[in-house]
Design a protein around this ligand. Structure first.
Ligand code: F6R
Length: 246
């Protein structure tokens, strides 16, 4: 695992957007998977600008959403669907066959998971994953205690995810489950970037990078990934032991 520190969220987001552009230049048919949320929003906006400015060929790329809240409809502006539709799919005019998101409203969530696994396999796997970091160490909705070997799965949300998650919604929601790609996809992806910014992430960044590797803190799996990069801003790096070699 590599650790990269940037001066602020703008620089961090710029570097993440450049990573996506680089993959697309190298492999126009790349499969890119991203988390939604506050952390990658600026990355999405910068990516849209860069694609327009540089005329990047995005006609063959495939975009996969990392996760979705179960029971939250796509038109709810706190849903991952809404985020990707408004931040990426519409601005980039991606065709429906280029994008794949979990249907958190599906009556058959198990089928939804199987279909996602099959879709990713049919594309030959994921080239680049960009994930965020939850306040409990979750990645996607891989909550503390999750199996490290899961593919797509439905997970009961941790109380902290349920309370922190309210920040995305205008009115309080009864969030109970998330549907998510499992950590096996992180191991299998060609490159995995975990992004975190802001002082509120400093403790969980330290646990991610310098804590024990354990499924009780899923993001610690990053330490085991040779193709993993943790990209943080100075504020989020604030509690790292800079002398540590771990
Ligand atoms: C959202 C997701 C979550 C977030 C994490 C951090 O699609 O996968 O795991 O990445 O909760 O959220 P923010 O970026 O809002 O702090």
């Amino acid at each position: 695992m590599e650790l990269k520190t940037f001066s602020d969220h703008q620089q961090l987001s710029d570097a993440a957007a450049n990573e996506i552009i680089d993959v697309l230049k190298r492999k126009p048919s790349a499969v890119i998977c991203m988390a939604s949320g506050e952390t990658p929003r600026l990355t999405c906006r910068l990516l849209v600008d860069k694609v327009r400015q540089q005329g990047t060929d995005i006609s063959r790329m495939t975009f996969i959403g990392l996760d979705e809240w179960v029971g939250v409809p796509p038109e709810n502006d706190g849903s991952c669907h809404y985020f990707f539709n408004h931040e990426l799919f519409q601005p980039l005019a991606l065709r429906p066959d280029q994008t794949r998101l979990f249907d958190g409203m599906s009556a058959d969530l198990q089928h939804e998971c199987t279909a996602m696994n099959e879709f990713i396999a049919s594309k030959g796997g994921i080239d680049l994953m960009i994930v965020g970091l939850g306040m409990n160490g979750h990645i996607g909705f891989n909550e503390p205690g999750v199996s490290l070997d899961n593919e797509a799965h439905v997970m009961q949300l941790d109380p902290l995810t349920i309370s922190v998650g309210q920040k995305y919604f205008n009115t309080p929601l009864d969030l109970q489950q998330g549907i998510t790609l499992g950590l096996k996809f992180l191991r299998d992806a060609d490159r995995v970037i975990l992004m975190a910014n802001g002082v509120k992430k400093a403790t969980v960044v330290r646990q991610t990078v310098q804590g024990d590797v354990s499924n009780q803190f899923p993001a610690s799996i990053m330490q085991t990934l040779s193709q993993g990069v943790v990209m943080v801003d100075e504020e989020a790096a604030g509690e790292l032991d800079r002398r540590s070699t771990k």
